[in-house]
Ligand binder design. Structure first.
Ligand code: ADP
Ligand code: MG
Length: 334
């Protein structure tokens, strides 16, 4: 393929081969340059594979910088590995570009590099084509055989936990949509959460042997916890007041200033429950793991909140109004 005299091979040579040398701590038998890459899976390990695509205008606004597009595209993929308890090893990159603006590609690669520095994972191949801006990444990770954290493994009586804070990325998206300048720390943090989510890799790996089921929060806590409940054939009794919400959602005055009408903190909590893109981990664990989970939280310096319990009755309930399922209470309207 050719764009104004630049062909994809030149792009691969200048940008992607260099990127592939960023992290040489992960072994690869054969990297970029042949028809396939070759890797070896160490004995006793399973390969965990996931893929996610970001389309401009659908998964990120047109104003998102090339750096942030690169960062986020890899981060959301690594988040899926985190949710399985897998260690990142390799990734492939399929890039569709309207034109080969080399500064855009250089900035995009910088975004990928920044994340690779913190979470070593190695680029081993991909595809480069012309079309509307789309980034598709496939990650491959390693996990001890039959130890990964599955959605279907929650049991009645387990605690329900969530890491970090929820709702920040949602506020960030609204700020961008409304063209509001983030001029306070909490609003700035909200935009960071949207554009540069931190995959909870170390937490996911630390939860192996502690958690029963786990999922990363990409579509909103209620929706994603709902997947665990459905696949485990159980329900959840949540303590809505214990849901950890992003600093920006505590700032009710600030939210009003940007056009939201959260009358009370309770409404802000519902935002936090239903907005996506936070990439925290939601997991279940037996009550006798509480101390170990607390210790893991301190060791990794990641806040982890206990937000409820797995119950036999299917559905999602709030402990303060246990007779009405949360769906019926109207969270879907937020
Ligand atoms: P083929 O025609 O055999 O599919 P390509 O010409 O598409 O091969 O790619 C040549 C090599 O460059 C392959 O090893 C491929 O994995 C790699 N490659 C192509 N595009 C990218 C990309 N965006 N990122 C990383 N590697 C890439
Ligand atoms: Mg090809």
């Amino acid at each position: 393929m050719r764009w104004h005299g630049v062909n994809e091979f030149a792009l691969i040579e200048t940008h992607f081969k260099r990127l592939a040398m960023e992290n040489v701590t992960v072994a690869v038998d054969l990297g970029i340059g042949d028809d396939c890459a070759l890797v070896s899976v160490p004995q006793g390990k399973q390969l965990a594979i996931s893929t996610d695509t970001l389309v401009q205008g659908v998964h990120f606004p047109e104003t998102t910088s090339a750096f942030d597009v690169g960062y986020k595209a890899l981060a959301v993929n690594l988040s899926d590995l985190a949710a399985m308890g897998a260690e990142p090893a390799w990734f492939t990159l399929c890039l569709t570009l309207p034109d080969p603006a080399t500064t855009w590609i250089a900035d995009f690669c910088q975004g990928l590099s920044a994340l690779i520095r913190d979470f070593p994972v190695r680029l081993i191949g991909g595809d480069t084509t012309r079309g509307p801006l789309t980034v598709s990444i496939q990650v491959m990770g390693l996990v001890d055989k039959n130890r990964s954290l599955l959605r279907g493994a929650a049991r009645v009586g387990d605690d329900i936990w969530v890491s970090g804070y929820l709702g920040g990325a949602g506020v960030g998206l609204k700020l961008l949509e409304k063209n509001v300048i983030a001029d306070t720390d909490d609003l700035h943090d909200a935009i960071q959460r949207l554009n540069r989510p931190r995959p909870r890799i170390n937490l996911g790996r630390g939860l192996l042997g502690l958690a029963s089921a786990c999922i990363d929060v990409s579509d909103g806590l209620l929706a994603d916890l709902g997947h665990i409940l459905h696949q485990s054939q159980v329900g959840a009794m949540l303590d809505i007041e214990s849901i950890p919400i992003a600093p920006a959602l505590h700032n009710l005055e600030g939210l009003r200033a940007i056009g939201f009408e959260p009358v009370e903190l309770e409404q802000a909590r519902f935002f936090a429950l239903s907005w996506g893109d936070d990439y925290e981990l939601c997991f279940t664990a037996k009550a006798n793991q509480r101390d170990d989970i607390q210790r893991l939280s301190e060791l990794l310096k990641v806040p982890i909140s206990r937000i409820g319990q797995v119950v036999a009755q299917p559905g999602l309930f709030d402990i303060s109004a246990p007779d009405t399922p949360l769906e019926a209470a109207g969270f879907t309207h937020f």
